[in-house]
Design a protein around this ligand. Structure first.
Ligand code: DC
Length: 213
């Protein structure tokens, strides 16, 4: 079974998908980390993230996999600490905007998820990567709530105001993508989590899964 969860940055999808994975035994796959790993590699090689040729060449010469709760790039696990930085945040929307790169990531995601029951989260999981997923959820939240959540995570050096601006810019890029843009699938369960506790969101998602099983 595939449980697909989409939503913007800070909507709570990673936390919820992780909880669902832990409590159902489904493998939890975070697709954003695939894009972040490629972004990290592009930056480490000194390329401009907007240089299409360079970015695609990096992607074509990379292998991506998901094992033991981590993304593997070129056969090695990449720690989340290296991928959740302000620098990667700034460039990941640009890197993930190239359709050919998205195809490579989508193939890697499908391969990783087909091995076992999985809960996969991202932006286009319900619409493009797994359009036939048995369970589809869209988690939303207002920009204020999302910026505050990121701020409380304490992984950014930005002020709350700057975080809000950075998230708004990433939203804009995510929604304007040629391919894989963030949108609500017609058959997804839509939840605005702005004023909901994580336990309420979790209970609703688990109930949706129970009904489908
Ligand atoms: O979920 P996240 O914030 O870690 O994702 C990082 C970036 O990757 C985000 O700006 C958009 C992109 N992304 C995407 O384009 N498609 C996905 N399925 C997941 C993430």
């Amino acid at each position: 079974m595939i449980v697909a969860i989409d939503g913007p940055a800070g909507s709570g999808k990673s936390a919820i998908a992780r909880m669902v994975g832990e409590n159902t035994g489904f493998t939890y796959i975070n697709s954003g980390l695939f894009y972040r790993a490629l972004t990290r590699k592009v930056l480490d090689h000194g390329h401009d993230p907007a240089d299409r040729e360079a970015v695609l060449s990096v992607a074509e010469h990379s292998t991506l996999d998901w094992k033991d709760n981590a993304v593997y790039l070129d056969g090695r696990p990449v720690s989340e600490a290296l991928l959740r930085t302000d620098e990667v945040d700034r460039h990941v929307a640009q890197v993930s905007s190239f359709p050919q790169l998205r195809e490579l990531v989508n193939t890697a995601l499908r391969k990783s998820a087909q091995k076992q029951d999985s809960v996969v989260e991202g932006r286009d999981i319900t619409t493009v990567v797994f359009p036939d997923a048995e369970v589809k959820i869209y988690l939303d939240a207002g920009i204020e709530a999302r910026a505050e959540r990121r701020y409380r995570e304490n992984t950014s050096g930005l002020t709350l105001e700057d975080l809000k601006a950075a998230i708004a810019e990433r939203d804009r890029l995510d929604r304007d993508k040629q391919q894989g843009r963030l949108r609500v699938s017609e058959d997804a369960v839509y939840l605005d989590t702005s004023d909901l506790t994580i336990d309420t969101v979790y209970d609703t998602v688990m109930e949706t899964i129970r009904l489908k099983r």
